[in-house]
Design a protein around this ligand. Structure first.
Ligand SMILES: [Mg+2]
Length: 428
């Protein structure tokens, strides 16, 4: 079924959007994405929630966003990453719940066990989402389609949950395919030509590297559809550099990224913690320490090219009892966000003397699995993040009479962080 007018034009010789290995063996990739995962797990556990607008995320009285919502809530226009206040305005009668990540992680492990039965390489990109490379285990698209249906069937019968599955020749196409018939969907995109046929008249935002900000920039120069991108590719390459190249490649259905197998050791978390010489009952000091830990976590994560979506606070009290608090956010990469969220969690704990405090991020993906549209979000929050950091650095400088701003690089190298924190403790 081919649309009229759809084109997969070969680029001119001087246009390097096709890489040399396009003739390599065609990959077969499955993208599995659970339908309204957190909400579905909660409904499975408490069937009285079924059929109701269920919104998992912050409470309407808190700052924060929607993590996931049921399809009933989506009918009111609520969607994930939406500000919780906006969600409440649209759907005041909704049922609001905090996420329970321990619970979801357990289900996620069961899901990964199923996925691993089919994939030669399995790359999780969230608790409820993964790419499976089935090029060699399936061998052809017919068998890959059967595998996809088996995965759906087992997910339903073994776990009581539904998912949407896309089968395609590339990661982007597989992700696009799994979105196509959501929920409980199945869709195939076998070739770049099929991808182009499907996408050619769609909005540029339907390409995965294009977020709101980029779309706006493209719209400003009159580029609205995938076809516009194809036709004006040289201009886009000139104006947008490397990002422009990604957008242009995708408009032609080109995406050579490999599925990167899951390695438990690098998907755990990035965190820093400190044990005090003497227990601390000064919660202002703990708040200040969290800021330095957050700055350090941000640096570590960036060095490793990891992006997080979850933020944790860990405390060990003087009696050795440990607690952790966590929550997900749109992006846990910025020190400002990590600090603000952990400080908020610290506000809500029992105020007893503390022996150890830690901050970390989890639910990590590498640069590869990173959805580029998040770049737009980061761009928007960069200024806000810098403000939080500057404000806090000034505050710390005054409180402890230390020149933090001038010594940041030193502070985060090795044992200096620990010494700085001990110095703060003694002078608090
Ligand atoms: Mg999902």
């Amino acid at each position: 079924m081919r649309k009229r007018n759809s084109v997969l034009r070969l680029p001119e010789a001087n246009c390097n959007i096709y890489s040399d290995n396009i003739m390599q063996r065609r990959k077969i990739i499955i993208h599995v994405d659970m339908d309204a995962f957190y909400a579905s797990v909660e409904i499975r556990e408490n069937p009285s929630l079924a059929g109701k607008p269920l919104i998992i995320g912050a409470m309407p009285s808190e700052r924060g966003v929607v993590s996931t919502c049921s399809y009933e809530a989506r009918k009111y226009g609520v969607h994930s990453a939406m500000n919780i206040k906006e969600a409440y305005r649209l759907c005041p009668q909704g049922i609001y719940m905090h996420p329970d990540f321990e619970k979801y992680r357990k289900v996620s492990e069961q899901l990964r066990a199923i996925w691993n039965d089919y994939a030669v390489k399995m790359e999780p990109i969230a608790l409820d989402e993964a790419y499976l490379d089935v090029t060699y285990s399936a061998g052809n698209f017919e068998r890959a389609g059967e595998m996809a249906r088996e995965i759906k069937e087992r997910t339903r019968s073994e776990l009581g949950l539904t998912c949407s599955v896309g089968v395609a020749y590339s990661k982007t196409a597989a992700k696009t395919a799994s979105e196509e018939k959501k929920p409980d969907g199945y869709f195939e995109i076998r070739t770049a030509q099929d991808f182009v046929d499907l996408m050619i008249d769609r909005d540029v935002r339907s390409l995965y590297t294009v977020g709101a900000k980029t779309a706006e920039k493209l719209n400003r120069i009159g580029i609205y559809t995938v076809r516009d991108v194809q036709e004006r590719r040289n201009e886009i390459l000139d104006r947008f550099g490397r990002h422009g190249q990604l957008i242009t490649e995708l408009a032609f259905g080109i995406d050579d990224r490999e599925v990167t197998a899951y390695k438990p050791e690098d998907t755990k978390s990035v965190s820093r913690e400190v044990t005090f010489q003497e227990d601390v009952n000064n919660y202002q000091l703990l708040d200040d320490v969290l800021f330095l830990l957050a700055m350090s976590v941000e640096r570590r994560a960036r060095r490793k090219g990891l992006h997080g979506k979850g933020i944790t606070l860990k405390l060990t009290y003087a009696d050795m009892k440990s607690i952790t608090r966590s929550r997900t956010v749109t992006s846990a990469d910025r020190a400002g966000t990590i600090y603000q969220e952990t400080a908020r969690m610290l506000d809500q704990v029992n105020k007893r003397p503390v022996r150890l405090i830690g901050a970390g991020i989890y639910n990590l993906t590498g640069d590869e699995g990173w959805q580029l549209s998040i770049d737009d979000y980061l761009e928007e929050t960069a200024a806000e993040n810098q403000q939080i950091i500057d404000r806090k650095l000034t505050e710390l400088g005054e409180r402890y009479r230390l020149d933090f701003a001038g010594n940041l690089d030193k502070i985060f190298s090795g044992p200096t962080l620990y010494r700085t924190i001990e110095y703060m403790r003694k002078h608090s």
